[in-house]
Each structure stands twice: as structure tokens, then as C-alpha cells.
Write a protein that binds this ligand. Structure first.
Ligand code: NAP
Length: 361
């Protein structure tokens, strides 16, 4: 086998914050690793630039690979070589790498092989055929967003046709996936965020209503009355909360009796995991009197604890993707030399939906 030397991004140390961590992220030459046993080598075509990559590089995520490692939780590409025992995968196959079996969020031997690289080594069982109707860019960001949304809306909140679902952080990767999935499940969707122009794009991608959570000065605004108006006075049945902080409390005040409030993330308070005073606090008196079910929704941890959850989830998402019922939005792509800028832009939430880097470009 003679494959050309490529490049990979190496996180040599963790940073005090995701932006500090960029000082320790370097592009270095990467000789193509040789797959052994049941391993495969993927030539990475597209990798998702994710919020979780940023959290991880500053030690904020629930588990972090030991540096040096290559970030990039999600990738799609072409199988370039296979080990002698690799079954069911052939050179030339277009694949999505299963981010729970390989890359920085996996727990085994492949944690240092992320997607910000020309080459990614993975076990053969991590290769998921890329649905033919999706581009590499779309395939790379298919699973993270929709698996998170599926776990929250289907497995935890049991969203039914006719429910009104409020999505906090609807312009984000998982948020937009939740908007699209909730529509597919027959719900009415209220998409919430800070920026009108970004929310307009979310409306074009399926939201029934959009709602600004901050005022012109960027300060939190009272929006419980808007939720009541949009729902004929009843309040929302489900909250998909990827944001935390002030917006969560306002959303709780706009729920219907017996609502399901699903906790997905806390982008407004990204350092809460440090043990500093946690601003993600929901008033227990409201939860009690409104009869609200507050549901934690860890899409990856739940599968590590109960692998049986995964089969149904992947089957549903890949099926919908193949039918064209779900298609992730990629609103910005970057070349590999622009990786640091891509990560900075992701942290600043400049783009709607998904951001992709092309390690080959
Ligand atoms: N539970 C799980 O299994 C799971 C899985 C994946 C991710 N997550 C978590 O879910 C959250 C969202 O992830 P993602 O990949 O969708 O991130 P993302 O693509 O970066 O989107 C996050 C959205 O949050 C909003 N946001 C960012 N900073 C904010 C701030 N300071 N105040 C208020 N809103 C802010 C932004 O919307 P606007 O700029 O439009 O307001 C942005 O579009 C993260 O906390 C992530 O860790 C959880």
C-alpha cells in the first residue's frame, strides 16, 4: 500500500477555554496509518466542526481523550484500505464513521483518530454506508444532530402529532435537527434563538413560529407571553432545551400543565461543568405546580449504558435520510487551513445548522 502523506490537526494540550485551546491545535503531516486486523482506513472528505469538539478541547465535556489527539467527532469519507480481517467493507466504499465507535467520543482504542485529518483509522464495524442521496458534507453531520434530537424527542419526550414543541437553540446543529424531526413527528414547532436573520432561515427549514429570546441589546427578554399567544393560551407541550440559563426559566413559565421539559445542553453557560455556581437552575415550585416532567437526555451516554437503544435510533434516522425526509443543513464549509477560523466561528454561533471542514482542501 502506498498512500500519500496527508495532514492532521493535533490537540497537543487542553486549553483553559475552547478559544485558548486553539493555541494548542496544530496542523501536522500525517503519514497514512496501515490498517491491521479488522481495521479500516478512511480518507476523510468532510468533518463536522461541532460545539462538543470545542467543549472537549478545554476539558468541559464528560469525557476527554488524553492529548495528543485529533479532534473531529463526526466524519464522512471513502475507505482507502482495509485490514486482512475487516468484514463487510471494501476499498472505495463511501462511509460515515460511527462516532460512538471511533474518534474522540468513543471509549476504546480509536479515540485519537478524529475527523480533522486526511486519514482516520477505525474498526470496520464503525463504517456506516453513506446514504446515496446525501453528500459527504451532509453525511458527516447526519448522526450527531439527529441522534441527539431523536433521543430527546422520541425516546425521552414521546412527542406525538399535535404536540407543540419549543426548541431553544434552534439555529444550532442539534436544534435545527430537532426542529426538522419534530415536524416529521407531526408537531407544531416554535424555534427560539437570539438572532432574527438566523431564525428566518430556521423558519425556511420547517419551523412554524420563530421567537427571539433576547432584546435588541442582547439582554434576556420575557417571552412566556409569546408562548401563550402562539398556543392559544395553553402553553407548550414539550421544551427541547439546548441553551440553559435564563431562557430555560422563561420557557418553563410558558409550558402547559403536564409538559415534558427535555434537557439537552447549556450553550449559554458553557463553563457550568467546571463546578462554578451553576446558573442552570429551574424553579422547583413551577415544576411541581405545573406537573412538568423534567427529563435529562444524554444521547451518547444512554447508548454506552444500554447499547440496544442504538439499533432503533440508527434505523429510523438512516431510513428517513434515505427517503429524503431528513436532510441536515450545511450552511458553511471551510478548507483545512481555515480550521481555526471554523472553530472560532462555531463558538461564536455565526452559522445556522452545521459547519464542515474539508481536510483534503
Ligand atoms: N444531550 C446530548 O446528548 C447532546 C448531544 C450533542 C450536543 N449536546 C449539547 O447541546 C448543545 C447544543 O449543541 P449544538 O451542537 O447544537 O451546538 P451549536 O450548533 O453550536 O448550536 C448552539 C446554539 O446555541 C445558541 N447559543 C450559543 N451560545 C449562546 C449563548 N451564550 N446564549 C444563548 N444561546 C447561545 C446559538 O443560537 P443563537 O446564536 O441563534 O441564539 C447556537 O446556534 C450543546 O450544549 C451541546 O453540548 C447535547
Amino acid at each position: 500500500m502506498s498512500l500519500p502523506t496527508g495532514r492532521h490537526a493535533v490537540q497537543t494540550a487542553l486549553g483553559a477555554s475552547p478559544l485558548d485551546a486553539l493555541d494548542y491545535l496544530r496542523l501536522e503531516p500525517q503519514p497514512a496509518p496501515e490498517p491491521r486486523g479488522d481495521e479500516i482506513l478512511i480518507e476523510v472528505n468532510a468533518a463536522t466542526v461541532g460545539w462538543v469538539d470545542l467543549l472537549m478541547s478545554s476539558g468541559q465535556y464528560q469525557h476527554v481523550p488524553e492529548p495528543p489527539y485529533t479532534p473531529g467527532l463526526e466524519l464522512a469519507g471513502v475507505v482507502a484500505a482495509v485490514g486482512p480481517d475487516a468484514a463487510g467493507v471494501a476499498v472505495g466504499d463511501a462511509v460515515i464513521a460511527d462516532g460512538l465507535l471511533t474518534g474522540p467520543r468513543s471509549l476504546g482504542a480509536y479515540r485519537r483518530y478524529g475527523g480533522f485529518a486526511s486519514w482516520a483509522l477505525a474498526p470496520a464495524r464503525a463504517a456506516i454506508p453513506l446514504p446515496s442521496c446525501l453528500s459527504f458534507d451532509e453525511g458527516a453531520c447526519l448522526l450527531g444532530g439527529y441522534e441527539t434530537a431523536y433521543h430527546a424527542l422520541v425516546y425521552r419526550a414521546h412527542v406525538q402529532a399535535g404536540d407543540v414543541v419549543l426548541v431553544l437553540g434552534a439555529t444550532g446543529s442539534t436544534g435545527l435537527a430537532a426542529v426538522q424531526l419534530a415536524k416529521l413527528l407531526g408537531a407544531t414547532v416554535i424555534a427560539a434563538g437570539r438572532t432574527p436573520s438566523k431564525l428566518e432561515l430556521v423558519r425556511q427549514h420547517g419551523a412554524d413560529y420563530v421567537l427571539q429570546t433576547v432584546d435588541e441589546a442582547g439582554a434576556p427578554r420575557r417571552f412566556r407571553d409569546d408562548l401563550k399567544t402562539m398556543t392559544g393560551g395553553r402553553g407548550v407541550d414539550v421544551v427541547y432545551d439546548a441553551v440553559g440559563g435564563d431562557a430555560s426559566v422563561e420557557a418553563l413559565r410558558g409550558t402547559a400543565f403536564g409538559a415534558r421539559f427535555v434537557l439537552v445542553g447549556w450553550t449559554s453557560t458553557p463553563f457550568a461543568a467546571r463546578g462554578e455556581r451553576d446558573p442552570n437552575v429551574l424553579p422547583t415550585n413551577l415544576i411541581l405546580m405545573k406537573g412538568v416532567d423534567v427529563l435529562g437526555s444524554p444521547a451518547a451516554i444512554a447508548v454506552h449504558r444500554d447499547p440496544s437503544l442504538r439499533e432503533e435510533r440508527l434505523h429510523a434516522i438512516l431510513g428517513w435520510a434515505r427517503e429524503g425526509a431528513l436532510r441536515p443543513l450545511v450552511s458553511k464549509t471551510y478548507g483545512f487551513d481555515e480550521l481555526h477560523a471554523a472553530l472560532r466561528d462555531k463558538w461564536a454561533s455565526r452559522h445556522v445548522g452545521n459547519v464542515i471542514v474539508h481536510p483534503s482542501a
